[in-house]
Design a protein around this ligand. Structure first.
Ligand SMILES: Cc1cc2nc3c(=O)[nH]c(=O)nc-3n(C[C@H](O)[C@H](O)[C@H](O)COP(=O)(O)O)c2cc1C
Length: 351
């Protein structure tokens, strides 16, 4: 849906028309008004922020990332969930998982480490206790799914598939395959192919595959997922990392090693999105260190159709909403009328 055309006087960015419910008041927020005063731009049209990830249409490209936004409903008193492009819920397994020993989080320069151990209430409790409230929102709800065998992935999807209210599945393939000596599914094209094909057969809902960045060549993994039937790729998960307390000579994480996230990883993941974009035709959702609307634009320029926001929600629970709200202002600043025109628009001088 194209944004309602409107004429806006010089130096003023007006709220969008009432026909765009998701952003009708966003541009009128105090922060947006402050930006508008600084911008001093001429605006002749509102910005169309809606994007498509395959068959899924989102009102804007900013999605809350798995594991950093609970099951979504816990944030409902802080954030108008209807204004988000989408919500990816905490990873779901067949049975509940208690998670790793504390400490589970520690700060790192420009980011943080986590070793949560995929703690979750299990897929059945999610369907019974969280999904009924979640499905009352207009926002696309994406279920993040994981397992320690192909059968477990399929089992979770089968249970979710019996319920209404989910827009897509996102397979977290950064999980050890117990049948293959604990090797991560996402590190081997053959295992990626097996788990994605099985998930594809289990449901007709859109299937996103969330890649691990801890691989030598992401293009091999991206192609394996595409050929096995993925509708989109999420690029990427956290980077294996570690932090040590010199005094105690112990890791700052209960599980010794963990995953690095936040602004520190953005340039690295940006490159992964750029490489994956050139390897596959399916849409890519960029994810890693997004904190500002400019970060969203960068990811889209290298080929992402949408982005997810993770660690930023730990600093500000309303980070996704603020980024989405300020995105319209950033587009005006850069004279972008339709955000889709950015996707893959990177100019390169050499291959
Ligand atoms: C505390 C925490 C928990 C996470 N849990 C999950 C999870 O359950 N499933 C998953 O696919 N990714 C999980 N992630 C990874 C994030 O979704 C995201 O891929 C990563 O943090 C990079 O994005 P960011 O730099 O914006 O945080 C988790 C990340 C953090 C920080």
């Amino acid at each position: 849906m194209l944004a309602q055309r409107m004429s806006v006087p010089k130096r003023v960015v007006r709220p969008s028309g009432a026909s765009r419910p998701d952003f009708s008041t966003v541009a009128a927020s105090p922060s947006a008004r402050a930006h508008a005063k600084i911008l001093r731009v001429t605006v002749s049209a509102a910005v169309d922020l809606s994007v498509e990830v395959g068959a899924l249409r989102l009102s804007n490209p900013v999605i809350a990332a798995s594991g950093t936004f609970g099951y979504g409903v816990e944030f409902a008193h802080l954030v108008d969930l209807n204004r988000l492009g989408g919500i990816v819920v905490k990873g779901l397994s067949l049975e509940p998982i208690a998670g790793a020993a504390p400490p589970r989080l520690c700060e790192a320069p420009s980011g943080m480490l986590n070793a949560v151990g995929l703690q979750n209430i299990g897929v059945r409790a999610f369907v019974a206790e969280k999904l009924p409230a979640l499905r009352t929102y207009r926002t696309a709800i994406i279920a993040n799914v994981f397992g320690y065998s192909v059968e477990e992935y399929v089992g979770v999807i089968r249970i979710l598939d019996e319920s209404e209210g989910l827009a897509a599945y996102e397979l977290n393939i950064s999980c050890p395959n117990t049948a293959h000596g604990g090797l991560q599914f996402g590190s081997d094209p053959q295992m990626v192919s097996e788990v994605v094909s099985a998930a594809r057969r289990a449901s007709r809902r859109p299937l996103w595959v969330k890649l691990s960045p801890n691989v030598t060549d992401i293009t091999l993994i991206a192609r394996a997922a595409e050929e096995a039937g993925a509708d989109a790729l999420t690029v990427a998960n956290t980077y294996q990392a570690m932090s040590v307390d010199v005094q105690t000579r112990r890791s700052r994480l209960g599980r010794t090693t963990g995953g690095l996230s936040g602004p520190a990883i953005k340039p690295i993941t940006l490159r992964l999105v750029y490489e994956a974009r050139r390897a596959v035709k399916i849409p890519i959702v960029g994810l890693g260190g997004v904190e500002t609307p400019e970060d969203v634009l960068e990811y889209m320029i290298v080929g992402a159709s949408a982005v997810q926001v993770g660690t930023a929600s730990f600093t500000r629970p309303d980070a996704c909403l603020r980024i989405a709200a300020d995105l319209e202002i950033a587009c005006v600043k850069h004279k972008i009328n339709n955000i889709n025109s950015l996707i893959g628009s990177i100019q390169v001088d050499s291959a």
